[in-house]
Design a protein around this ligand. Structure first.
Ligand code: NI
Length: 216
């Protein structure tokens, strides 16, 4: 199977699996990450096949989604084996995907390759700005979280399990993750995009708290 065919098949597989995903990690998220990864990957001189494939597969084994997509840990590995992808290419892809996930404010997740750097940037860009705001509330609703509770302070998690098991209101997530992402971009081009999206979130939060206090 040639690379073009591998990408086509993976696109169909992920498209079908994530079509009805309601927590903000739907197919359109994956597709945006794929397009942004491709754009950043061109600028950074990445291996575009690895970049695009990693972007398409980046949420398949994600710890956030495991429960409701009923996935096994090795879903990605299995899929690559089904396609007959060479072992060394498969290993490279799995390493890129492993580097992408955000695990908490105090936990460093260094990208070990250029490809991981751009897919991580693309995924984080989709978590901020207008789309990031929409996705954050969709995810909060999916987890039955309150929109906001003034009595619950944000926590900068130093521990992945604490972060993973947090039940805090959705607005806290802006302080625990989203507003930190601007300074965690790996590439210059992603950083420029992040700055604009960051400003938009600050405007949103300012308005949110103004409306909140006027209603009290
Ligand atoms: Ni993602």
């Amino acid at each position: 199977m040639d690379n073009w065919e591998i990408i086509q098949k993976t696109e169909q597989f992920i498209g079908a699996k994530f079509r009805t995903e309601g927590s903000g990690h739907d197919w359109f998220h994956v597709d945006r990450v794929r397009k942004m990864s491709f754009r950043l990957g061109m600028q950074e001189g990445c291996d575009l096949f690895i970049t695009e494939m990693a972007a398409l597969l980046h949420d398949l084994d994600d710890w956030k989604l495991k429960d409701h997509l009923s996935l096994q840990l090795s879903g990605t590995e299995e899929w690559l084996a089904t396609l007959g992808v060479d072992q060394d290419v498969s290993d490279r892809l799995l390493q890129v995907i492993e580097d992408v996930s955000f695990k908490g404010a105090g936990i460093e997740t260094p990208a070990r390759s250029k490809e991981a750097a751009v897919v991580q940037d693309a995924d984080r860009l989709d978590a901020i700005g207008a789309i990031g705001i929409a996705r954050t509330f969709a995810y909060g609703g999916h987890k039955n979280r309150l929109i906001y509770d003034p009595e619950i302070e944000p926590v900068l998690h130093q521990d992945f399990h604490e972060y993973k098991n947090s039940t805090a209101p959705t607005v806290n997530h802006f302080y625990e993750k989203l507003l930190l992402l601007k300074n965690r971009m790996n590439t210059k081009s992603a950083q420029l995009i992040a700055e604009e999206r960051h400003r938009f979130m600050e405007v949103f939060l300012k308005q949110f708290f103004e409306e909140w206090s006027a209603a009290q």
